[in-house]
Design a protein around this ligand. Sequence first.
Ligand SMILES: Cc1ncc(COP(=O)(O)O)c(C=O)c1O
Length: 407
Amino acid sequence: MALDIDFVRKQFPAFSEASLHGQAFFENAGGSYTCQPVIDRLTRFYTQRKVQPYAPYEASRLAGAEMDEARSRMAAILGVESDELNFGPSTSQNTYVLAQAFRKWMRPGEAIVVTNQDHEANTGPWRRLAEDGIEIREWRIDPETGHLTPEDLENLLDEKVRLVCFPHSSNVVGEINPVTEITAIAHAAGAFVCVDGVSYAPHGFPNVGELGPDIYLFSSYKTYGPHQGIMVIRRALGQMLPNQGHYFNGDVLYKRFTPAGPDHAQIAASAGMADYVELLAQHHGCTETDPAARAGFVHDLMRAHEVDLLQPLLDAVKDRNSVRLLGPAVAETRAPTVALALTRPAEPVAAELAKFGVMAGGGDFYAVRALQGMGVDPQKGVLRVSFTHYTARSEIDQLLQALDRVL
Ligand SMILES: Cc1ncc(COP(=O)(O)O)c(C=O)c1O
């Protein structure tokens, strides 16, 4: 069965917005369009429930219930328990708080493995633990391909390593890393695992429970939702790390690593992402009953559509003399986040694309270490074109024609 792209696009008001007409959106890895169910829930919260939640009056009770619904439904989709899901302001803030918890828990001389493939959010905060005597070991990408080789990780592991951090997919290399295999290697060496899923989750919510990491992070403003960071911390680790929230909330797992007061409306609106997955599952005749399995069905539909559209784009850029495609040229192995290193600075090229109705970006995308690791000058940056399941074939055609003109 193929994804019904017309049905999909009807769920996103941006596609019927007059001011965006004719504009093909290719900066989805920066942030996605928002789906209607999320907008509806956000509007309802702001208009009908904008009171302190969890108090004994009706508007407040409903506000709290909607927040709880978001947590439990998103957790079910991700294959984890409700209280293992945390809402924070952003993924960068979530990793920052986590790093403070590890800073207290780890002893000088113990080690953390980080990569140079990650966005800075899942590497910089960990590297700073060196200030407290933690040894930082870098799992390096192949300078040509940007690939992370699991065997290289094995050589970095010993009994000192407490944590291994890596991305499910890098926001410039795009290759999908084998999370289950890497997690098994790290666990066998006695280390916990922290996966940045920000560049992967927009292409279908993963079953985090099955994948197996101890921490999985993504940003809901890139998964058709509000501007939140969503962080799964599995119970065993979450209970062991020191509480970073108010001391009297320490026995509530989902309050331990989000010290700021939460954004009530945006948490409530996050249930709209689950509504959206459900809309797609129902429309396409999904017969599964478990929420994670229904999300898996939707994930596969999305991926198949994306892979179909991605290959022609990769084929069009991979052999161009003036362009270096970062990451693999095979659509099945990567996310549709395509970074191109050019012989000139990338941002002006993105500006040229805008003249052809293509919205894309140029720069380092906070993946400075990955660019340097591949010998790309971060000052010049890369031209990045990224799309998702709601992208139409006609938009890919528009992009290819525009690239022909500007490259
Ligand atoms: C792969 C990746 N990780 C982490 C982040 C940081 O997410 P946030 O903006 O929620 O802090 C980004 C943001 O672009 C990203 O692309």
